[in-house]
Design a binder for this molecule. Structure first.
Ligand code: HEC
Length: 118
């Protein structure tokens, strides 16, 4: 879960207003706003997964940007996003599939990262 300073400040501010408010309606409204804000944080974080960090933690043991390791270099991989997505999802020979290990959004971020580094 990613919490940046703006979000933390927003949550602290809503909390402060709940404590200060002496009107019951306002308290309920602000408490609901706080819940919505907190619930939206993981969604925001997972909607913008970081392709580079996913690549570093799942792929670099077998792949490098420009050198062959156990698997081909990123620069020698297919440049077709659909081929990349299919291979990452289903795997290929010694390449393990990541279906169920990475979300669709994470695989999309990875594909963008690979294409951007070719
Ligand atoms: C255990 C080692 C290993 C890991 C971990 C691994 N790969 Fe692979 N990968 C391979 C091997 C080996 C191949 C070659 C498969 C073949 O063509 O027989 C391959 C092939 C690929 C291909 C196909 C290239 C092409 O153009 O045909 C892509 C794309 C790919 N890997 C991406 C990834 C990504 C992204 C990750 C991380 C999520 C990853 N791999 C993790 C070993 C691995």
């Amino acid at each position: 879960m990613m919490l940046d300073n703006t979000k933390i400040r927003g949550i602290v501010e809503i909390n402060r207003n709940i404590v200060r408010s002496n009107n019951d309606m306002n308290k309920k409204y602000l408490a609901a706003l706080l819940t919505t804000t907190i619930l939206s944080i993981p969604f925001i974080a997972s909607a913008n997964p970081d392709g580079e960090s996913i690549f570093k933690s799942n792929c670099t043991m077998c792949h490098d940007i420009d050198q062959k390791k156990m698997g081909p270099s990123v620069k020698s991989m297919s440049t077709d996003s659909n081929v990349l997505r299919t291979t990452i999802t289903a795997g290929k020979n010694a390449m393990p599939g990541f279906d169920g290990k990475l979300s669709g959004a994470e695989i999309d971020a990875l594909v963008k990262y690979l294409v951007a580094n070719q």
